[in-house]
Ligand binder design. Structure first.
Ligand code: C2E
Ligand code: CA
Ligand code: CA
Ligand code: CA
Length: 278
């Protein structure tokens, strides 16, 4: 009957999840003789709103699953977080992304590299040692590295989040408040936070052209960022009309499908060369 079929579907979902977690563990096991390269970084360019010069890229992880193909973070990042695998994943992404930025730096191309830091990892004891190891081993200018944390991540433990932010800032590494405007941080908290960048969430950016009230919020947020000495960047910019409004509002940078989808390095470098950024 219906009930037992429902039960067996739940069983199957549990089993699939269990399998997925074991596959994640195996794929992230650095000690394995041949871990394979299942985690791939895609890079999405960030562009100056006025000059359209490329200023940096955001590293976005993908999982090249042996059976399921290329998986977006939405399909596995929750499991990574829930099963305590974020230190391993972040070590890979941060290590590879910083090494890439250091290669550009060595070629005389100072592009910023932004890397996402999850809620559990911002206050994890391994974050700062990892950051120090990566900076020392790559010789990357810390100012070219930006860690992106969401308001929700910061507010999960506001006191320790602030401590971590100060430790990051003390190393000269940039700090971006990601998905700004969707969380519950206060202006008082923002005042104490040593951030370098405020990233406007896609949900505001996508309504900017059609909704005056959203435009008012975005205008005020850009103004706030500038008054606090932070760079403003809009994510999810998909069309010229949105870019034009962002320029009117004085937004510094933008990122989105209008300029480029996230790309693997083999596709990013020709794109950068075509834009004379490399
Ligand atoms: P996010 O940090 O807010 O990243 C922006 C997401 O918007 C990315 O999705 C990007 O591909 C997508 N996007 C970029 N431009 C556009 C656009 O013009 N229109 C639309 N509709 N979407 C756009 P993605 O790559 O699937 O990543 C999803 C989320 O997964 C990220 O959201 C981030 O929170 C998380 N994530 C990605 N990589 C990592 C990582 O290495 N570590 C951690 N902890 N989280 C990661
Ligand atoms: Ca981000
Ligand atoms: Ca974001
Ligand atoms: Ca977002």
């Amino acid at each position: 009957g219906g009930v037992s079929r429902y039960d067996s579907e739940i069983d199957r979902a549990d089993r699939d999840r269990g399998t997925r977690v074991e596959e994640l563990r195996a794929a992230l096991d650095l000690g394995r003789p041949d871990p394979g390269e299942q985690f791939v970084i895609y890079y999405q360019p960030q562009v100056d709103v006025r000059s359209l010069a490329v200023t940096g890229v955001e590293a976005l992880v993908r999982w090249q699953h042996p059976g399921l193909g290329l998986l977006a973070p939405g399909e596995f990042i929750d499991l990574v977080e829930k099963y305590g695998l974020m230190p391993e994943l972040t070590a890979r992404v941060l290590g590879e992304a910083a090494a890439q930025a250091a290669r550009w730096q060595a070629d005389g191309v100072p592009l910023r590299m932004s890397v996402n830091i999850s809620t559990s990892f911002l206050t994890h004891p391994e974050l700062l040692p990892l950051l120090d190891t990566v900076l020392a081993s790559t010789a990357l200018d810390p100012a070219l590295l930006v860690l992106e944390v969401t308001e929700t991540t910061l507010m999960a433990d506001a006191v320790r989040g602030l401590e971590a932010a100060h430790a990051i800032a003390a190393r000269g590494v940039g700090l971006s408040i990601d998905d700004y405007g969707t969380g519950y941080s206060s202006l008082a908290y923002l005042n104490d936070l040593p951030a370098t960048e405020l990233k406007l969430d896609q949900s505001f950016v996508s309504r900017l052209v059609v909704d005056d009230r959203t435009a008012a919020i975005v205008a005020a947020t850009i103004e706030l960022a500038h008054r606090l000495g932070l760079r403003s960047i809009a994510e999810g910019v998909e069309d010229d009309a949105t870019l034009a409004v962002l320029e009117t509002l004085g937004c510094d940078e933008c990122q989105g499908y209008l300029h480029s989808r996230p790309r693997p390095i083999a596709s990013l470098e020709p794109w950068l060369r075509a834009r004379r950024a490399l």
